[in-house]
Design a protein around this ligand. Structure first.
Ligand code: PMP
Length: 438
């Protein structure tokens, strides 16, 4: 059982200087009963060490980017070389061309790419480009999908199947939220209704084509095909937010994922990327069809810029990360471990009479404390948050680091081993046993 007095001390100090003690609200333990989050001081491969020298097996993977495990030597070397040569130029570099070509080869719908600094920026700009291209204002998004924290996408569904958005955060004018229409994921009827009602002003339909933000949720057969054909028929653009999904399940994006049938039918006009493509350093990118991307300055009227964009350090780390992912059998191995882990978790939960639904997509999965499937946000919300909080704390105390939210995924990395999986299953068995007695 880990005890964490140093984390407690640092949290108190952090609270005095950093708002909420954390630099992203998802790192706080608010959703799992509060208290001090764990302050980590070192990470290597699949493992973390906290400031009290407790060791953890990490399944957070920094919310996705760390797909090759922490401090992967190939990426570390690329970052060191970049640092030695100067980390920021403010001029173009050859490296940017290399990463752009790698992305284009893996994601065929991207004729042209632009690098930015975060997933938020990438998504935000795809919306601007779609508006510039279509000369329309509204966007349609799906309930529970997260697209970063820019005003337009930080909007929640109101009641009813398709609704104009209500702000999900203070500081967002209702007038902006009203430019967003929210419909349930995996529900083509609601999308159809929304397009019939507001279609003339819909610039784009934005979706996480495979969802990573209310659990791992696959599109039902025909959903993306229907979404793309309806959207196109309406003269709107399809935007895929693949910030968390690209290069996660295979070397490519959802639009080339083998599990999804007809790739040509599900190609988007614009794609937003981030996370993995920076190998752990800050990055985002967006891209799409040439004629759409040519809306962007300096070619077109849609302005977007960035002092740090395409910096050699992030780009080098991204190239190195993708090189590791090109290795033979990399995704198969992450999937093999995830299968062992999820089947063990399910068996263990069943043994202790704990209702658990697991959604696994290759090497990533989500654990939902409920007895029903999770295919949309309503179902993901309708799961037992207190049970999750209890599980989270039991696992943490036994050295397993998960995201402190019932909606987030577990990520296997290329650094996890059978030994890690076995240790995790032992921790889970003890956790479920304790939970059954609570
Ligand atoms: N889109 C998706 C699908 C995401 O998962 C995230 C981050 N979790 C973002 C956008 C925002 O990316 P960032 O945190 O890099 O701004």
């Amino acid at each position: 059982f880990s005890s964490r007095p140093q984390s407690e001390i640092l949290y108190k100090e952090a609270l005095e200087h950093i708002v909420g003690g954390v630099n992203s609200p998802s790192r706080s333990f608010k959703a799992v009963g509060g208290g001090a989050p764990v302050f980590m001081k070192k990470a290597q491969g699949a493992h973390f060490w906290d400031v009290d020298d407790n060791r953890y097996i990490d399944y957070l993977a920094a919310y996705g980017p760390i797909v090759t495990g922490h401090a992967h030597p190939h990426i570390t070397q690329a970052i060191s070389e970049a640092a030695a040569n100067g980390v920021l130029y403010g001029t173009p570099t050859e490296l940017e061309i290399k990463l752009a070509k790698m992305l284009k080869e893996a994601i065929p719908s991207m004729d042209k790419v632009r690098f930015v600094n975060s997933g938020t920026e990438a998504v935000m700009t795809t919306i601007r480009v779609a508006r510039a291209y279509t000369k329309r204002n509204k966007i349609v998004k799906f309930a529970g999908c997260y697209h970063g924290h820019s005003d337009l996408v930080l909007v929640a569904a109101g009641s009813g199947p398709s609704t104009l958005g209500i702000p999900d955060s203070a500081g967002i004018p209702t007038s902006i939220a009203h430019e967003v229409i929210t419909v349930p994921y995996n529900d083509l009827d609601s999308l159809k209704e929304a397009l019939e009602r507001w279609g003339d002003d819909v610039a784009a339909v934005m979706v996480e084509p495979i969802v990573g933000n209310f659990g791992m949720v696959m599109p039902e057969p025909g959903f993306l095909e229907g979404l793309c054909s309806m959207t196109r028929a309406n003269g709107s653009l399809v935007i895929y937010d693949e910030v968390i999904t690209a290069f996660r399940f295979h070397y490519g994006s959802t639009q080339t994922y083998a599990g999804l049938a007809n790739h040509a039918e599900i190609e988007p006009d614009l794609t937003a990327l981030g996370k993995i493509i920076g190998g752990g350093l800050p990055i985002g990118a967006y891209g799409g069809r040439k004629h759409v991307m040519e809306q962007v300055a300096p070619l077109g009227p849609a302005y977007q810029a960035g002092t740090m964009a395409g910096n050699p350090a992030s780009i080098s780390a991204g190239i190195a990360c993708l090189e590791v992912l090109q290795g033979e059998g990399v995704y198969e191995e992450m999937e093999r471990l995830a299968i062992d882990l999820t089947s063990g978790l399910q068996a263990s939960a069943d043994r202790h009479g704990i209702e658990l639904t697991i959604n696994r997509i290759r090497g990533a999965f989500s654990t939902h404390f409920c007895n029903h499937p999770v295919t949309n946000y309503d179902q993901a919300q309708d799961t037992d948050g207190e049970r999750f909080a209890s599980f989270f704390r039991h696992m943490l105390n036994r050295g397993i680091n998960l995201a402190p939210s019932k909606y987030e995924a577990w990520f296997l990395t290329t650094a996890h081993t059978d030994e890690d999986v076995q240790a995790t299953l032992e921790a889970a068995e003890a956790s479920f046993k304790a939970m059954a007695q609570e």
